[in-house]
Design a protein. Structure first.
Length: 690
């Protein structure tokens, strides 16, 4: 090809490394794109350069991404760069969309009995199909369907067929699920075939099989797509790599873009070795590193680099920025997680007073267990927020149960709450009793609670075995009303848990210890919420104002996103670190920077390589543009007692890149004031030494 790109407008605006990547067209290319280094601009300008300057037809180009959103973003950018005529026929797609297109055209060539009218089953369809299979072998109560489907998904994404599982290294004969999978996996696939249906994982699984069984079909698509680009290559799995091998059978024009330092999805089957071994798989690979970061300040990048450099298996690169100024990253030591959440909420209020737009503020957590305390404090501080990558605290079953109790205790006419909790925890009151209560209440035009209190006066209730249970429930609500009138909300709530034996009820509802622990922690968090409410409303102890404020703030957060005068959403973002990848914010809070959270307890206990946990910390830190505030707790309530906590090992040794602040002792001081205090303290020490 003729190289005539020097005057190209698509190349002129790129930095030297981006330009080097965008102008390498033929042969394998690995673009190592660090966080915030402009990779999307690089690859879209590369495509524009190919079409406009090299005359490559759009129908010869295939660009693969992992989300429809990413594909749409590339297309939107290309529309502003390349005329429609030039880009006609270009394929910007996810792996699964491409796979679906290939199967619609070629599935009949598989020796599986499918035709091109196949149906795609969603997760609900999969659950229903698996339930029927388990029912047929009378194993419905012995195995968790979600676990089985997860295992089947892992098998397919590792390209393991039902007949091959027993001899695969992952097979463990001592694992009852693995043993059972030898029977259920083939049965599941056979049922899908009979129904002419595929599940989501089958799309790539069958494309891979098709390319293996029919190399001529792989050649057809390889000749059709002569130039291939793959975004977020570090997130590809084994089966996606095999499909790419098929697509490059007739040429080696493959460009992959990714960052091994941001490989955080191994739990989804992503295999970091795909990017680490790319040069081995494609020996003539050209490697280009994009290391200039356009997002964060150099101080934030110094910290990120100091953490990630400890990973042994990685491509060497160092992020740098021309943004030298900016505040030093902070590390707050807090008393416990409630104190930590309170300090974050208070600091966000300070930012609001400084006219920082809340849409530019994010709180990133390692896991959903951290969200309860943060949601509580944000609600108390009346800070609007949106939750991404987790379940709303107030939408959890156990929390809704307890709030229904509180609502009925406060307002005995609340029939909706009555019906929710009359048999929760179970007290032998079945649908027939509830139906009878509802009929009587409708006839008498009285609340259900009143009917329950007067149950002995209604013959249709007295003949039921559940009469005593109904009367006891009504008495419980009456006694609790008196209780809450004479005690604080948090003490009353603790007493309610005891009366209901609700913690024991929760322990009996879930098999996994981690689930039970989380549910119990949620219940404790609700007590903390009532306690904090009492502290900030010392003149009010009644349930009614508390519930009213809670419902109003919850309804507001769910239905009416706060917007500024220009209509822009005005909310703090609360999300998991995994969900934050690809996003950026002016101000980022990272609570829970401690051992057993980051790195996660499972990784530590399993003696696993902690490199992915370190990469997750790196991703979280590099979401911040201007201000980064990390925090951890001195102690935390676990198993009903306070347990000492330790700072994350990832931050030990990187002290020169952040400022540690003991907020348990100096929480009323601004960071600058504390620095002055600390400087004076050291001066006094040196004077005494003299």
């Amino acid at each position: 090809m003729n190289h005539h790109y020097h005057s190209s407008p698509y190349i002129a605006s790129l930095n030297p490394a981006q330009r080097e990547a965008a102008t390498h067209i033929e042969g394998p290319l690995l673009i190592l794109a660090g966080a915030g280094s402009g990779k999307t601009k690089t690859i879209t300008y590369r495509m524009a350069h190919m079409m406009e300057d090299y005359g490559i037809g759009g129908d010869q180009i295939l660009a693969l991404s992992f989300t429809n959103k990413a594909a749409r973003e590339m297309l939107t950018r290309l529309r502003t760069l390349v005329p429609a005529k030039r880009r006609k026929g270009i394929t910007l797609s996810t792996f699964h969309s491409l796979g679906l297109k290939i199967l619609r055209e070629s599935i009949q060539h598989l020796n599986e009995g499918y035709d091109d009218s196949f149906t795609i089953y969603d997760s609900a369809d999969q659950m229903s199909l698996l339930r029927q299979i388990l029912k047929n072998v009378r194993a419905e109560k012995n195995f968790d369907r979600s676990t089985l489907l997860s295992l089947i998904s892992k098998m397919k994404n590792a390209s393991i067929r039902p007949s091959e599982f027993y001899k695969h290294p992952q097979f463990n004969p001592d694992n009852k699920y693995h043993e059972f999978l030898l029977h259920v996996y083939p049965a599941y696939q056979e049922q899908l075939k009979l129904l002419n249906a595929l599940d989501f994982d089958d799309i790539l699984f069958h494309v891979c099989t098709l390319f293996k069984e029919r190399p001529d079909i792989a050649d057809h698509y390889s000749q059709k797509f002569k130039f291939i680009m793959v975004d977020e290559y570090q997130d590809t799995n084994p089966i996606q790599f095999q499909i790419l091998q098929g697509l490059t059978r007739t040429h080696q024009n493959i460009c992959v873009v990714g960052d091994d330092d941001q490989a955080i999805y191994s739990f989804r089957g992503a295999d970091i070795s795909n990017i680490l071994s790319f040069e081995f798989q494609f020996p003539s690979t050209k490697v280009v590193k994009l290391e200039e970061n356009y997002r964060s300040t150099q101080r934030i990048l110094h910290l990120a680099n100091s953490i990630i450099k400890h990973n042994k298996k990685r491509k060497d690169k160092t992020l740098w920025s021309q943004k030298d100024s900016g505040p030093v990253p902070l590390l707050w030591q807090c008393q416990d997680e409630s104190h930590e959440a309170q300090l974050i909420a208070e600091h966000i209020q300070t930012l609001m007073n400084q006219s920082i737009h809340l849409s530019e503020v994010a709180i990133l957590v390692r896991g959903q267990t951290q969200m309860g305390a943060l949601e509580t404090e944000l609600k108390i501080a009346q800070i609007p927020y949106r939750l991404i990558g987790g379940q709303e605290f107030y939408e959890k079953k156990e929390i809704k149960d307890i709030l229904a109790y509180l609502s009925l205790i406060s307002n005995p006419k609340d029939d909706l709450s009555f019906r929710r909790i009359i048999n929760t925890p179970t007290r032998g009151i079945g649908p027939k009793t509830i139906e009878t209560l509802v009929d009587i209440a409708g006839r008498e035009k009285k609340p259900l609670t009143t009917i329950a209190m007067e149950a002995q006066n209604y013959p249709e209730l007295t003949k039921l075995d559940s009469l005593d249970s109904v009367k006891n429930f009504a008495a419980l609500i009456r006694d609790c009303k008196t209780l809450f009138q004479n005690t604080s909300l948090d003490a009353g709530l603790e007493k309610l848990y005891e009366e209901l034996k609700y913690r024991d009820y929760v322990r009996g509802q879930y098999e996994k210890v981690t689930q039970v622990d989380q549910k119990l922690k949620d219940l404790d968090q609700l007590i903390q919420l009532t306690k904090r409410y009492c502290e900030s409303h010392s003149d009010v102890k009644q349930l009614s104002p508390f519930l009213s404020e809670l419902v109003l703030s919850d309804a507001h957060s769910k239905h009416n996103a706060t917007r500024d005068e220009e209509g822009k959403v005005y909310e703090v973002t609360l999300m998991t670190m995994h969900a934050s990848k690809g996003l950026e914010f002016d101000v980022v809070f990272l609570p829970g920077m401690e051992e057993e959270i980051l790195p996660h307890k499972k990784s530590i206990d399993g003696m696993e390589d902690l490199s992915e946990e370190r990469r997750l910390a790196y991703v979280a830190i590099t979401r911040a543009r201007e201000k980064l505030i990390m925090s951890y707790s001195k102690e935390k309530k676990m198993y009903n007692k306070m347990v000492p906590r330790k700072l994350s090992r990832f931050l030990i040794g990187a002290e020169e890149f952040y400022q540690a602040v003991d907020r348990t002792s100096f929480e009323s001081m601004e960071e600058g004031e504390f620095q002055k205090y600390k400087d004076k303290m050291f001066d006094d020490i040196f004077k005494s030494l003299d």
